[in-house]
Every structure is written in C-alpha cells, then in structure tokens.
Ligand binder design. Structure first.
Ligand SMILES: [Zn+2]
Length: 172
C-alpha cells in the first residue's frame, strides 16, 4: 500500500468518534514501516494493550477500523488457531479474537463484529515470510500472490460486516 501520514490515518476511522480517532496511538516509526509489503496497516495500540487498529483501502477510499481484544475463556482448549484474514496458522497466543464496533447507529448501540486475526495484526508480513509464527512452519501450498489475493477477499468480507446496515455502503 502507499505510505500514509498521521492525518490520513486519523481521518480514515469509520467506527469510532472523532475524538477517539484523534487520541489513539499510532504505530511507532510510521515513516519506516515496510509499506510496499503491507496489504493493510494493522497495529496494536502501544498504550492500550486491548486495542488494535486496521487501516486499508475499500472501494477506493481509506477505511480505518478500531478493534478491541475480546475476552476469551476457551483458548486453553485449542492448541493452535488460524487467522481468518491471512489464514496463517499460529500457536494459541498468535491469533486473537478481535471485535469491531459496527459503523453508525448499530455500533453506537454496542453491536460488534468479531473475527480471529493475527494477534500483532501483521498478516502482510506473515504471508511474505518476513515474520515467522511460533509454529515455525508454513503449511501453505499457495504462492504469496495467491495468499495476498485471498487475504484481501477475507478482509473485504470482514469490512462488509462492519459496514453492514450503515448508510455509507453503496446501494445497488
Ligand atoms: Zn493474519
């Protein structure tokens, strides 16, 4: 993706208040991020461990989504988990259940969408082999390009749910 600056990132958020978007902590070293290898910008809030953010392009527009780490009780029963965006297999702590408030009135009423994502939101780097999981193995048979295409589709599906029912979705 193209490098983003602070203003672009803060203005992209669609599922939180303007004040929250103004205050949230951006990733460290913004200008030094490996932008060319990122399909979306994802990061955990350096000052609020239960929060994460995801910024990507959707229908030609920059869209930022706030995520919150869900409280989970069943984690101990699973040995490994898979990211629902990039389909990377991790050990138990490598994937986390995040919830995103829906856009608009539904979100303000507490309506959220949950999905499992790489806990560090670094899907792009796992797919390109720039980051290794705790499993240390890659079970994928797809090429990097095929994985990226699949991840983009998965991410769009997630964003569709976040936007579901809001007026900002295009009506056909
Ligand atoms: Zn992932």
């Amino acid at each position: 993706m193209n490098p983003l600056d602070e203003k672009e990132i803060r203005e992209s958020f669609v599922n939180c208040s303007k004040g929250e978007a103004r205050r949230l902590n951006l990733p460290r070293g913004l200008s030094e991020l490996p932008w060319a290898d990122l399909d979306f910008l994802g990061w955990r809030d350096p000052g609020a461990p239960d929060r994460g953010y995801l910024v990507t392009e959707r229908n030609g527009e920059l869209v930022g989504v706030t995520l919150r780490l869900a409280q989970e009780t069943r984690r101990s029963f699973t040995k490994g988990t898979i990211c629902s965006i990039c389909v990377t297999a991790h050990t138990g702590t490598g994937v986390a259940l995040f919830t995103a408030p829906r856009v608009g009135a539904a979100g303000r009423q507490g309506n959220t969408v949950g999905t499992y994502i790489c806990a560090d939101l670094a899907c792009s780097l796992y797919m390109r082999g720039r980051k290794k999981t705790d499993l240390g193995m890659d079970f994928e048979t797809l090429t990097t390009e095929e994985r990226v295409v699949r991840a983009v589709v998965n991410l769009e599906g997630f964003l569709d749910k976040v936007f579901d029912g809001s007026l900002s979705t295009t009506t056909s």
